[in-house]
Design a protein around this ligand. Structure first.
Ligand code: G3P
Length: 218
């Protein structure tokens, strides 16, 4: 499964790039606002740090405006993926962009019917928001499983990008359910590699090594 970082924070992006586990980045208007930086400037920085798909979201609400914004954003770099809201206007824009070979990420998906329509419009990625569904007591993972089944039944190539991830279990369950990508906040990536037994085990190995009187390896 691919792991994307859900962030527009350049320090976080640099740290994850060094780890070597980051296949791409997703941003949204809230994350860009949090970065405190100019949208296009921050996007150019992100593409220089991560050689993978970088989602940049339009803010227009009608398809012509979305297409005009998409044209500007797509010109910034070949790795820019145009993120569009799952509205009728967003779907119209998605259909046009996919026809032009521009990659798209259709976002704010909360039910399988929406994901079916996005696939029919040629979306490259569909972003089901599992955490926000869990927040209102609807099982987000069921949505991932339903979309997987529908896409497999009909051979849709749209990739399922599990979004709104709140904890490492969401990543594991998304992988088990067959999501193609999980986009994670930085703290979730850190939680994925952390385990107290790893730290405890390493401390014991190093102490035993010290006690043994072995020579330094280098
Ligand atoms: O980028 C979209 C998504 O991951 C948002 O997550 O935590 O705001 O629900 P969240």
């Amino acid at each position: 499964m691919k792991i994307f970082l859900d962030s527009a924070d350049l320090n976080e992006i640099r740290k994850v790039a060094e780890l070597g586990v980051c296949d791409g980045v997703t941003t949204n208007p809230t994350l860009i606002a949090k970065s405190g930086q100019d949208f296009k400037t921050v996007l150019k920085e992100i593409v220089s740090l991560i050689p993978g798909p970088i989602s940049a979201e339009v803010v227009s609400t009608e398809h012509k405006g979305m297409l005009a914004e998409a044209e500007v954003l797509a010109k910034l770099n070949d790795n820019i993926v145009i993120k569009l809201p799952l509205t009728p206007e967003g779907l119209r824009a998605c259909k046009v962009l996919s026809g032009q070979g521009v990659r798209t990420n259709v976002t704010l998906c909360f039910q399988a019917g929406q994901a079916l329509l996005a696939a029919k419009c040629g979306a490259t990625y569909i972003s089901p928001f599992i955490g926000r569904l869990d927040d209102v007591s609807i099982d987000g993972m069921t949505l991932i499983r339903d979309i997987r089944t529908i896409y497999d039944n009909y051979g849709y190539e749209t990739e399922i990008l599990a979004a709104s991830i709140r904890h490492p279990r969401h990543v594991i369950d998304s992988a088990l359910a067959g999501a193609d990508v999980a986009t994670c906040p930085y703290k979730i990536i850190a939680q994925l590699y952390s385990h107290p037994l790893t730290d405890k085990g390493l401390a014991a190995f190093l102490e035993d090594w010290k006690q043994s009187g072995q020579k330094a390896i280098v």
